[in-house]
Design a binder for this molecule. Structure first.
Ligand code: SAM
Length: 238
């Protein structure tokens, strides 16, 4: 599968909880400040807020008026589905139509939450976030780093993509704004037989001072085989 830009594409909060291994940890994070970066047209922020977290979501596309957010999400969903329908990176038993319906449910719930809490959805972009150091207890980053690396490096981008230098700056920024943890998913290549993403291995080997990390398998199924790892990073001294 290949794309020529980062798509405005969102998932259900329950799916994101699987991606980040959070479902069994809610008691730990209740009452915490959380950054969803990027939020996309997904419902992780709404889900965590309903569970008692203080959540902010950022995405450069949030600069658009709400009606345009919906139009953009629908256009990107249909384009991505059309590409996935002929993609050799998906397992033959993966139900793409069910997946499409889940994205539509997520989009509707996202728009409802965006309407109810517009101040919690901010327009911003990595690698420069408009937050002070250690502003959030937990920083979550789904389907941006690693996924949008160039095709040749195990990502989705037909052109230049987000290269390793960009990834270094983005990860350093995610760590800067986090007080406790940063979790990234996927940390694997986007391929039928996924493997650990080489950028994720490189970044783990050169973490900012005061951080340690590890790969953690995820139970979220997005239609590949093989590696399902997320990358979890912990600040040693808050
Ligand atoms: C595939 S979506 C992922 C959304 C959600 N985190 C998920 O896992 O479903 C990627 C998102 O990254 C956003 N994006 C693109 N460039 C970005 C940047 N430089 N910094 C932060 N977000 C960016 C896009 O607008 C898009 O909503």
């Amino acid at each position: 599968m290949k794309l020529d830009r980062v798509v405005f594409y969102g998932r259900l909060g329950e799916q994101a909880m699987q991606m980040f291994g959070l479902a069994a940890e809610l008691d730990r994070w209740r009452g915490s400040t959380v950054l969803d970066c990027p939020g996309g047209p997904g419902t992780l922020a709404a889900h965590l807020r309903a569970e008692g977290c203080d959540v902010t979501a950022i995405d450069p596309v949030y600069a658009l008026p709400r009606a345009d957010l919906e139009r953009r999400a629908l256009a990107d969903l249909e384009q991505t589905m059309a590409i996935q329908a002929t993609s050799p990176t998906l397992r033959s038993d993966f139900d793409l139509e069910a997946c499409r319906q889940e994205h539509l449910v997520a989009l509707k719930a996202f728009l409802d939450d965006h309407r109810a809490h517009p101040d919690r959805y901010l327009s911003a972009a990595l690698p420069d976030l408009p937050f002070k150091d250690q502003s959030f207890d937990l920083v979550l980053c789904g389907h941006l780093l690693f996924s949008y690396a160039p095709l040749a490096d195990g990502g989705l981008m037909a052109g230049q993509g987000l290269d390793l230098t960009w990834h270094r700056r983005a990860l350093s920024e995610l760590c800067r704004v986090s007080r406790q943890q940063v979790r990234l998913y996927p940390a694997h290549t986007i391929a039928l037989n996924a493997r650990r993403h080489p950028y994720a291995e490189a970044l783990l080997a050169e973490l900012p001072a005061g951080w340690r990390g590890c790969f953690v398998p995820s139970i979220y199924d997005q239609g590949h085989r093989g590696c399902t790892d997320a990358l979890q990073l912990v600040r040693l001294e808050p």
